[in-house]
Write a protein that binds this ligand. Sequence first.
Ligand code: G
Ligand code: G
Ligand code: NA
Length: 255
Amino acid sequence: AALEQALKHALQQGQLSLHYQPQVNSDATLSLHGVEALMRWQHPAWGWVPPDRFIPVAEESGLIHPMTRWLLDECCRQLAQWRHQGLTVPRVALNLSARSFHQPEFAQLVESALRRHGIAPGDLVLEITESVMMDTRSVTAANLERLHALGLVFSLDDFGTGYSSLSYLHRLPIGELKLDKSFVQDLSTSPTARALTLSVMSLAQSLGKTLVAEGVETREQQDWLQAQGRPVLQGYLFSRPMPATALTAWMQGHT
Ligand code: G
Ligand code: G
Ligand code: NA
């Protein structure tokens, strides 16, 4: 309850911010594919509170709804600002809670954030988990359909760790799979991790979906992944998540 009160206050007082982590293409220059927005909370007394602690509290209390409205608006505002500054950030991916899809007005919220900042639907990627895919509620299906029809891209996060029922991959409008970072981290030590990574890469390719490999920390992991295909790469090897202002400098140093 203390955390919930503090979080409510944090939202009102502007203690929440977004950090952005680059995602790079498997091309010669490792060109920028996009960035993932990750929520950060700096409490005046407690310091940084990790999202793994405050997101569950936000979900249980319903605070996730105003937080998600803020997240959508902030991502669109930042993307518009980068473009105004002449910075080529092709797209911003953001993490959504399954609960957002239970709100009948959710698709409209996304649409109005895009319109407010003049952002094209295809420039926003919505990262969702399998729990959204497995959700049989009609309100969830309606939101997914409406957002897909608008032109938003869905990315299936933590792929390989959940139920991985493959049937929804052709039933639902998923444009991208994000291979869970646990697989990448075990590549050098686990033949099973290598075999699973290969099958997910081949699955993505045959279904015509983008594959993002997360948690790439070493050159060996990068080289192995690129020897198998052309995944989008994300991880500390390229950059940690950073404030929007730092991305400008990172992009100058990167190219
Ligand atoms: O950034 P970090 O690795 O600490 O994030 C930990 C977890 O919190 C990740 O699983 C990530 O998906 C989740 N997370 C980070 N930012 C957001 C957000 O804006 N919304 C939601 N729903 N989850 C987030
Ligand atoms: O579950 P989700 O995919 O949203 O998790 C993203 C989280 O992973 C972010 O909080 C980010 O800080 C973290 N992350 C990003 N790159 C790396 C990495 O290379 N190694 C590790 N261990 N974590 C990473
Ligand atoms: Na994510």
